[in-house]
Design a protein around this ligand. Structure first.
Ligand SMILES: Cc1cc2nc3c(=O)[nH]c(=O)nc-3n(C[C@H](O)[C@H](O)[C@H](O)COP(=O)(O)OP(=O)(O)OC[C@H]3O[C@@H](n4cnc5c(N)ncnc54)[C@H](O)[C@@H]3O)c2cc1C
Length: 301
């Protein structure tokens, strides 16, 4: 593996890190080291990395901002490619907003507002990248990526580029084609509507305030831990079960919003997984409801 690291380091323009602690790369601040972390600085660099890795048959995982990931304490064997700063172009052309997969959701929301385009207000404050948001079909306050996305340009693991229309991306609630196939999101085109800049800004400010007052953004976390079950809400279910504030090790069911688990004191992945299992068991017993995780648990268990 170290030999592979040397080859990558000598042949790529972007960053290549050896044994990078994943707790430094995720909003949960949890996770052991990944053998090799690559942060390509362009599509060319990404293709070059894929070419080298293909000849070596290394396991590869793609990440964006790491805001929906729970990484195991032993870390990740193989290679993680982070789609970030090298993929940060953003422009508007009439009612289209075109951006790289590494741009943050807050940045696209702000850019749309400046251009007087409405449709992306919901995305302000979601701490993910556009790539991760397409994968998860991120959404909030009635809005969802799939409602505004026109096309996505991707690379497959052979380095071939392709553009998919929205209807070919199998969007569902926190689901997309990217969870079914190994595709790397490079770029997204959003189709928005003309709107009033002041009204768009007001909506964004309201949603930001709602987030600040209802979500534990002052703590390390990965957003909602579970998907919303049909006709129900996770937070109230957990609260009713008496688990709000319950703690295992350094992980706690948020006292502000029971749908979040927060890392209050150097939590391990094991702490969070134990808490997840306890919540699932309790809610199944008390309510007969199966809670399915929304966060992606990755790495060597
Ligand atoms: C405080 C807080 C609030 C949140 N609020 C919301 C919310 O309101 N609504 C919501 O939906 N989510 C929310 N989230 C969760 C998270 O921000 C979203 O799921 C976001 O879309 C994840 O994007 P990311 O770039 O961080 O992806 P990551 O966490 O890095 O990765 C998530 C998944 O996407 C894949 N992936 C990432 N980038 C790419 C790419 N370029 N190509 C292919 N695969 C890729 C990864 O392999 C992984 O499977 C919140 C999180 C936090 C911490």
């Amino acid at each position: 593996m170290h030999q592979m690291y040397e080859i990558l380091k000598n042949n790529l323009e972007g960053e290549v890190l050896w044994q990078e602690p994943m707790k430094n790369q995720t909003t949960f601040h949890i996770g052991g080291p990944v053998d090799i972390l690559i942060i390509p600085n362009s599509i060319k660099d990404l293709r070059q990395a894929l070419g080298i890795l293909k000849s070596m048959e290394a396991p590869i995982m793609i990440m964006g901002a790491g805001s929906n990931l729970l990484v195991s304490d032993k870390g990740i064997r193989g290679v993680v490619i982070k789609i970030g700063p090298g993929f940060d172009e953003i422009k508007t052309v009439k009612k289209l907003l075109i951006c790289g997969a590494g741009v943050t959701l807050t940045a696209i929301s702000r850019q749309a507002q400046k251009a007087g385009l409405t449709g992306l207000e919901f995305a302000v404050g979601i701490p993910g990248s556009v790539g991760g948001a397409l994968v998860m079909n991120a959404g909030a306050y009635g809005g969802e990526i799939s409602q505004v996305l026109k096309t996505a340009t991707v690379l497959d693991r052979d380095g071939d580029k392709k553009t998919y229309a929205n209807q070919d991306l199998h969007f569902g609630y926190r689901h997309s084609r990217f969870l079914e196939e190994d595709l790397i999101v490079l770029e997204a085109t959003f189709e928005l509507q003309s709107g009033n800049k002041k009204e768009i800004l007001k909506k964004m400010q309201e949603l930001t305030e709602q987030r600040r007052s209802k979500q534990p953004i002052e703590h390390f976390c990965a957003g909602s831990v579970f998907k919303r079950p049909p006709n129900n809400y996770v937070g109230p279910l957990i609260e009713k079960a008496g688990l709000k504030g319950f703690r295992i090790g350094g992980a706690e069911v948020s006292k502000k919003h029971a749908g979040f688990i927060v890392n209050v004191d150097n939590a391990t992945c094991e702490d969070v997984l134990s808490l997840i299992k306890l919540i699932q068991k309790t809610i199944k017993e008390k309510e007969g409801i199966v809670l399915e995780p929304e966060i992606r648990v990755v790495g060597e268990i």
